[in-house]
Design a protein around this ligand. Structure first.
Ligand code: PRT
Ligand code: ZN
Length: 286
């Protein structure tokens, strides 16, 4: 029988949509109808398990699933024996300490002897230990942000993305404990056949991620500016230069990273580039 790899992804929640989207962008076709716990791809040897995110590290460590997509916060908190394969760049958030806004905050030492409500006792205690602070950690599984107002704790340590939940509960974020994003994890002892399938999947993810982080640009330039323009293009091995129908001009094509994109465009304009066209890249194999 042909080997397949099993991936655990979140059934429904903040990771589900982007996890599914990433797999689909890798050209893998499958259905994930509501209520379904399992599915198999039709064009790639992969099977899906749809689970609660908290269970994913454990299932991957036990080999029930071979790989999984989970928040790095959950992976770190669960302390299971899994390998971190790749940061996936979505579901970014941070785990932060927050205190009531109406109380003065002087610094980390304010947490000495304080009670802190959190769903992340492992990550929080490691952080406090490193900072030399002893606090009383109250583990609660949900609605952490209301703990100070009901007198359960002096402070909270919770996941923050926009910050609006803290704000509407009268809390202010004072220290970042941990940065998180979705990650791909794997069982550390995959057999050779499964490892081969995982390598294929990682190769596709790289191509998708590269495409997302880069743009294809085309521009026209007078021939005398070509050397300067090429020096401004960090791009691939070497940009493509094609003659235009009108004499003395060329069209130059290259790939530019999203991070330096606007700076590069400005520099190109100054060097005489015209008609700069920017096109999204769907996938790029290096
Ligand atoms: O049902 P299941 O157990 O699978 O899901 P869940 O409810 O435990 O998790 P879910 O779907 O809420 O989150 C899954 C993962 O998404 C988390 O483990 C994080 O890695 C990531 N993530 C990204 C977030 C957030 N952003 C986020 N904002 N997880 C939770 N939140 C919550 C936070 O707990 C707080 O209540 O949103 C609120 C804060 O949001 P802001 O925007 O108001 O700051
Ligand atoms: Zn959960």
């Amino acid at each position: 029988m042909e080997t397949t790899i099993r991936i655990a992804i979140q059934k429904s929640g903040r990771l589900s949509e982007d996890s599914t989207k990433l797999i689909k962008e890798c050209g893998i076709k499958f259905t994930n109808g509501t209520g379904k716990l399992k599915s198999t791809a039709t064009n790639f040897p992969i099977e899906f398990l749809f689970l609660r995110d908290d269970d994913i590290p454990g299932y991957v460590a036990d080999g029930v699933a071979d790989i999984g997509i989970v928040g790095r916060n959950v992976q770190e908190e669960k302390q299971k024996n899994v390998k971190l394969e790749k940061n996936l760049g979505f579901s970014k958030c941070r785990l932060s300490l927050a205190v009531p806004r109406n109380k003065p905050y002087a610094g980390l030492s304010d947490f000495q002897g304080a009670s802190i409500a959190t769903s992340y006792p492992v990550i929080l205690s490691a952080f406090l230990k490193e900072k030399g602070i002893e606090a009383d950690i109250h583990e609660i599984s949900g609605s952490v942000e209301i703990a100070p107002s009901i007198g359960l704790a002096d402070a909270v340590c919770d996941i923050v993305s926009s910050g609006s939940t803290l704000l509407s509960n009268g809390l202010v974020e004072v220290e970042t404990v941990f940065h998180s994003e979705a990650v791909l994890i794997s069982n550390p002892v995959l057999d050779i056949e499964k490892q081969k399938i995982l390598d294929k999947l990682l190769f596709r993810i790289d191509a998708v991620q590269f495409g997302k982080n880069n743009k294809y640009i085309l521009l026209n330039a007078p021939n005398e500016s070509i050397d300067e323009i090429i020096s401004l293009l960090p791009g691939m091995k070497s940009p493509t230069v094609l003659p235009l129908a009108i004499g003395g001009w060329s069209s130059i094509h290259s790939v530019v990273n999203e991070d330096d994109f606007w700076q590069v465009i400005e520099n190109l304009k100054q060097a005489g580039a015209q008609g700069i066209l920017v096109v999204p890249i769907e996938k790029m194999v290096l």
